[in-house]
Write a protein that binds this ligand. Structure first.
Ligand SMILES: *Cc1c(COP(=O)(O)O)cnc(C)c1O
Length: 378
């Protein structure tokens, strides 16, 4: 995650992000050390309040990570063994893994070719008598097209959980990601737009009884100390991480602006390269560019060419869920989700973080241009 040499461009540079905050972060750690407040407590409660206000959601429960946030959300909404839940084939495995661990059954649908998020038009035909919910994933920092999803869910009596792990601070038609579904889940994995210095996650939502159930689940199913209503989990947010997150949350809007500057510059610098498609920002989306994912011809060669020049890139994601060994039993074969499969072979995530300089963006774009110019006629 750090630069390996002066000239290389990392995929993500968390060292640069934390350097100006070092004194404040160390002071927060010292406070925790001197009060021995490590798990739960006032820092967690304060972060939950501040984060709910930021997301414009009535309530927030801090938890151990984004995967547990999803699992607790599914369970708190009453998921029973065998219940089916619909989500996109193009997502990180946490979305579906948490569902299986909660006893649910994964139903995948393809994504929209322009946004790479769940195609609302395909959801209705995936609904069965066992379907209980829909999980739109706000992938790469762009909200899924929520209005048709929310309307379908309302008509069919399904719940909606937004997987907003990649989309903190994003908006859909003015509404913040995390404020639209029955519940929404966030990850504070270090590389996310709001990252802890370790692991963390949160669930936001409006129904106090459901949020209370999540508070129970994260703490061994107890309603008060040593009185257990159900079997739960050890799924709490660490006080030190909450303290770090409170400090970092105050910079999130600035960092988001930084990401937008980088995205704008990439779009301009890459325009006119016919072999490359830059990500499309929908008119309704307040995109926060967690990842800057282009679609590129001869992707693997391009990635190797960039690596030789010290430019580090990523693939999100190289193998769709339905083709993973872990999901062979679902019975989806190659060709089941053609858009997702096509994306998987052409997508390439370029370096993206707020501290990336205009010069660095230009160097990345220049190298991409050079790759295609060189290979003309070969
Ligand atoms: C990161 C991520 C998660 C899981 O979050 P963790 O905090 O790493 O457990 C879930 N869904 C998506 C889409 C993610 O990108």
């Amino acid at each position: 995650m750090t630069a390996t040499s002066v000239d290389s461009i990392p995929f993500l540079d968390l060292v640069a992000q934390h350097a100006p905050l070092e004194d404040e972060l160390v002071e927060a750690f010292r406070r925790a050390l001197r009060t021995a407040g490590f798990v739960g407590g006032p820092e967690v409660a304060a972060f939950e309040q501040e984060f709910a206000a930021f997301v414009e959601a009535p309530g927030c429960v801090g938890v151990s990570n984004g995967t547990d946030a999803l699992m607790f959300a599914y369970l708190a909404l009453g998921l029973k063994p065998g219940d089916e839940v619909i989500t996109a084939a193009n997502t990180f495995i946490a979305t579906t893994e948490a569902l299986t661990h909660a006893g649910g059954v994964v139903r995948l649908v393809d994504v929209d070719p322009v946004t790479a998020t769940i195609d609302p038009a395909l959801i209705a035909e995936a609904i069965s008598p066992r379907t209980v919910g829909i999980v739109p994933v706000h992938l790469y920092g762009q909200p899924a097209d929520m209005d048709p999803i929310l309307e379908l869910a309302r008509k069919r009596g399904l719940w909606v959980v937004e997987d907003a792990a990649q989309a903190v601070a994003a908006r859909y038609k003015g509404r913040p990601a995390g404020s639209m579904g029955d519940l929404a889940t966030f990850s504070f994995y270090p590389g996310k737009n709001l990252g802890a210095c370790g692991e963390g996650g949160a669930v936001t939502g409006g129904r106090e009884d459901v949020l209370d159930r999540i508070r129970q689940l994260r703490e061994h199913g107890q309603s008060r100390k040593y009185y257990h209503e159900v079997e739960g989990f050890n799924g709490r947010l660490h006080a030190i991480q909450a303290a770090f997150l409170r400090i970092k949350l105050r910079h999130l809007e600035d960092w988001t602006e930084g990401r937008r500057r980088v995205a704008d510059r990439y779009r301009e610098a890459l325009s006119g390269i016919s072999e490359v498609e830059t990500p499309v920002e929908m008119p309704w989306a307040g995109h926060v560019h967690h990842l800057y994912v282009i679609q590129a011809e001869r992707r693997d060669e391009l990635q190797a060419f960039l690596a030789e020049r010290g430019i580090n890139t990523g693939l999100h994601y190289p193998l769709p869920l339905h083709l993973q060994n872990a999901y062979r039993h679902l019975g989806y074969g190659r060709g089941a989700f053609p858009v997702t499969e096509r994306l998987a072979s052409s997508l390439l995530s370029l370096p993206m973080y707020p501290e990336l300089t205009d010069d660095q963006v230009d160097r990345v774009a220049g190298a991409i241009r050079e790759f295609y110019d060189r290979s003309v006629g070969t």
